[in-house]
Design a protein around this ligand. Structure first.
Ligand SMILES: NC(=O)c1ccc[n+]([C@@H]2O[C@H](COP(=O)([O-])OP(=O)(O)OC[C@H]3O[C@@H](n4cnc5c(N)ncnc54)[C@H](O)[C@@H]3O)[C@@H](O)[C@H]2O)c1
Length: 262
């Protein structure tokens, strides 16, 4: 549907879940893929899946909270492909804990993965987009929780980081607009991945309710009556990675089945 042939996309957290689906979809649209993840095995297995699809792909195992590892990942990708046209900052973690019970290191860790890493990757990768002068796409993972706090789980710190991703996206969009680099973020509601299953399990443990009950409660609030698939999120990301979205920048796009409308 979108022509990404000749483009190179780097996706963080691409070893599973939404990141893996994005890697598959952008490859299907013709892009070559840099599969980045902190997990060695999953990064390599998704890379092999992309190669089987007939596209070029490399695995970059990196902890994206570390500037030196982000630089090594960027250098490796540029040595192999000579360019990165699309950066998808997708790596993320959650922590199911009321904010006032969190330790300083828990707070710093979730901010490092969900927010600092997005800046580190943009800082490392955008300069070669600017230098080439052909524009580029930076796509960040925010969340419905980046627009309004969750009523289903104590994920205040996560929600705070995802609000931060929207602010980061808007500010970076202004900084990079003169270079025709579009910066947008996607804000999913509930997506069927390990991350949401973990929320559901831990909330059940905390509340003594049956497993599946927080998913059920959230489902009742979704006008379209279903949770999203990782592939559904990847459709939106493919649009944002393509020239079809060239006039959009600084946007935080809901993908929530109507659960969030602001
Ligand atoms: N699942 C949902 O319902 C949902 C909803 C809204 C937003 N999101 C966001 O979408 C993104 C993907 O979510 P998901 O559900 O696929 O998550 P997931 O937990 O299934 O996958 C996250 C991936 O990120 C990787 N990762 C974690 N820390 C890393 C680090 N320091 N360096 C490199 N990689 C690291 C993990 O190894 C994993 O492969 C996240 O940013 C998440 O916050 C998810």
């Amino acid at each position: 549907m979108y022509d990404l042939s000749g483009k190179v996309a780097l996706i963080t957290g691409a070893g599973r879940g939404i990141g893996r689906a994005i890697a598959h979809r952008l490859a299907k649209e013709g892009a070559d893929i840099v599969v980045s993840d902190i997990q060695h095995e999953s990064a390599h297995s998704v890379t092999n899946e992309i190669i089987v699809m007939g596209r070029e792909a490399i695995a970059c195992v990196a902890d994206v909270t570390k500037a030196d590892q982000v630089q090594r990942m960027t250098d490796h990708a540029l040595n192999r492909f000579g360019r990165i046209d699309v950066l998808v900052n997708n790596a993320g973690i959650n922590l199911i804990k009321p904010m006032l019970q969190m330790t300083e290191s828990e707070w710093e860790n979730i901010f490092s993965v969900n927010l600092k890493s997005y800046w580190l990757c943009a800082r490392a990768i955008a300069p070669q987009m600017i230098e080439r002068g052909e524009g580029g796409k930076i796509i960040n993972a925010s969340s419905k929780a980046g627009k309004s706090p969750s009523r289903y789980a104590p994920i205040g710190a996560y929600s705070t980081t995802k609000h931060g991703v929207i602010g980061f996206t808007r500010s970076l969009a202004i900084e990079l607009a003169p270079s025709k680099i579009n910066v947008n973020c996607f804000c999913p509601g509930i997506v069927d991945t390990d991350m949401w299953n973990q929320i559901d399990r831990e909330v059940s443990k905390l509340t003594g309710r049956q497993s599946g009950s927080s998913k059920k409660a959230a489902l009742a609030d979704i006008p379209l009556g279903r949770i999203e698939t990782p592939e559904g999120v990847a459709k939106l990301v493919a649009f944002l990675a393509s020239s079809e979205s060239d006039y959009m920048t600084g946007q935080a796009i809901n993908l929530t089945g109507g659960m969030e409308m602001n």
